[in-house]
Structures are given as structure tokens and as C-alpha cells.
Design a protein around this ligand. Structure first.
Ligand SMILES: Nc1ncnc2c1ncn2[C@@H]1O[C@H](COP(=O)(O)OP(=O)(O)OP(=O)(O)O)[C@@H](O)[C@H]1O
Ligand SMILES: [Mg+2]
Length: 261
């Protein structure tokens, strides 16, 4: 038995929308209890990957295992093992924050839904707003509520599609801390992000999805090896993930030597 079990095992995923080949053979693994960041430009197919892994969309071919279950053969087992926070918040505007949390807790048949809701409101700095209708929340508050909802029932695998888009810096840091503490407790997290500093800060491994395949993946240190450090007169500076990303994905940029999976 492997020492680190795989929480996600993705092999040869392909998906087209009509003539648009979005995924052309996507492969990656994610170790249980780790944070994996999927990067890519707008339209690269990140949300498509997340939708396939969360059984909302069927691939044209290829396989994906989530927490040991196959997305096509055992979709209900996959759904029991995951939660998904989509790119666009899925909270009910008419209900209060607390009512939203209680509703999800009941759906997931969690014990003491009221207590679970109050604990999550506290963790996400929403205690004061908990009794207000979500329609009155700011974008950042909705986002935090959405992420709080995804934690109910302690699913072993969590998909966060752009979890911090639209959050102010303070709220982003709070969400980062929650993500890190979840991973520390053994939850596996796949996140997509446009913010390269977010991937740099959080992810154990990073993969770049470009033109339908994962063109590079590895730890930040692995990715840094793809670019020589920028030389200045006095200090040697490590390239940032942004520099690596732009060099690999940027238009007209030469593919760095050895840039492959
Ligand atoms: N249901 C659909 N029908 C047709 N085309 C689609 C559909 N869903 C996505 N696409 C197209 O597939 C491509 C990949 O979309 P996807 O949402 O997966 O990208 P993304 O990497 O998540 O982008 P973003 O960073 O903007 O969220 C885009 O060109 C998009 O327009
Ligand atoms: Mg997307």
C-alpha cells in the first residue's frame, strides 16, 4: 500500500463543447491531505475539470478517481466524499446566513445543525451578520458563507473554484487560514485560482492547465527550477510564480527548457 494514498487520480480526461476541445488529456494526482492548485488563464478549462471531478459533468473520455471512487461508476459515493464551492456563490439570498448553514446541515444530516451553524459563523467572522438576510451581505461575506457551507459534514475532499475572487485582502487571509487549517486536519483541497500569490502561499503542488493539458506540475521549488533566477548585481532573486506562469503560458514566450509534466 502506498504511504500517501491518493485523494484524486485523474487520467487522460478529455472534454469538448461542440468543436471546442477544452480538455485534451488531463492527468494529475493529488495526495490525501494536501493542497493542490490548478492554474490557468481564463477559459483554460479549470472549472470544467472541477465540474467533472464533482460529477456535475461527464468527461468524453478518461477516468477520474475521487477519494477512491470513480466519478462515472460511483458518482453517489463521490458526492458523499466531496463538497464544492463554485466560482459563483450558491447561497440563498432570502434566507439569513444562519438559515443557509442550517439548511445545508439538515440536507447533509449532520447532528445539531444549529450548533454547527453557530460554530461556522464564528469561524468565518459572520456571527453578527448571521441573523441577516444574505441579500444584504457584501460579496466577501457571501463568499465566506459559501465556503463555510462547503465545510458542513467534514467532507474529506473539497473543491474550491476561485475561493477568494472578489475578497478584500483581510478576508482573503482569513480564507487562506481556514484552507490551511483544513489541510492540516487531513482534508484534501483542490483549488483553482487566478491569484498566483495564492497558489504560491497555499499549495503543496501546483499544476498549470494550458491548451487542454497540464503543461507543468510540481512543487513551487520544482517550478522555479524551470526558470533561472533573475540575476541582479547584488542578490540572486528566485523567480515568482507569476514570472514562471507568464513565461510558460504568456503569449509569444519561449517554453523554458525542460518544461513538461
Ligand atoms: N457549457 C458550455 N458550453 C460551451 N462552452 C463551454 C461551456 N462551459 C465552458 N465552456 C467553454 O469552455 C472553455 C473552458 O471553460 P472553463 O469555465 O472550464 O474555464 P476556466 O479555466 O474555469 O475559466 P475562468 O478562469 O474564466 O473561470 C471556455 O472557452 C468556455 O467558454
Ligand atoms: Mg472557471
Amino acid at each position: 500500500m502506498a504511504t500517501t494514498p491518493l485523494a484524486l487520480e485523474v487520467r487522460g480526461l478529455r472534454k469538448s463543447y461542440g468543436k471546442l476541445d477544452v480538455l485534451r488529456g488531463v492527468d494529475f494526482d493529488v495526495a490525501a491531505g494536501s493542497i493542490f492548485a490548478l492554474l490557468g488563464s481564463n477559459g483554460a478549462g479549470k472549472t470544467t475539470v472541477v465540474r467533472i471531478l464533482s460529477t456535475l459533468l461527464k468527461p468524453d473520455s478518461g477516468t477520474a478517481g475521487v477519494h477512491g471512487f470513480d466519478v462515472l461508476a460511483q458518482p453517489e459515493k463521490v458526492r458523499e466524499s466531496i463538497s464544492l464551492t463554485g466560482q459563483f456563490a450558491a447561497v440563498d439570498q432570502i434566507l439569513t446566513g444562519r438559515e443557509n448553514l442550517i439548511m445545508v446541515a439538515r440536507l447533509r444530516q449532520v447532528r445539531e445543525p444549529g450548533k454547527v451553524a453557530d460554530d461556522l459563523l464564528e469561524r468565518f467572522g459572520l456571527t453578527d451578520a448571521g441573523g441577516r438576510r444574505v441579500g444584504t451581505y457584501s460579496g466577501g461575506m457571501r463568499r465566506r458563507l459559501d465556503i463555510a457551507m462547503s465545510l458542513i459534514g467534514d467532507p474529506p475532499v473539497i473543491f474550491l473554484d476561485e475561493p477568494t475572487t472578489g475578497l478584500d485582502p483581510e478576508a482573503r487571509i482569513e480564507v487562506w487560514q481556514e484552507i490551511q487549517s483544513l489541510a492540516g486536519k487531513g482534508t484534501t483541497i483542490l483549488l483553482t485560482t487566478q491569484y498566483l500569490d495564492e497558489a504560491e502561499k497555499l499549495a503543496d503542488r501546483i499544476a498549470i492547465l494550458h491548451e487542454g493539458t497540464i503543461i507543468v506540475s510540481g512543487t513551487l521549488a520544482d517550478l522555479r527550477k524551470l526558470l533561472p533566477p533573475a540575476k541582479t548585481e547584488l542578490v540572486e532573486r528566485q523567480p515568482t510564480l507569476e514570472e514562471i506562469f507568464l513565461s510558460i503560458v504568456g503569449k509569444g514566450a519561449a517554453t523554458p527548457e525542460g518544461a513538461q509534466r
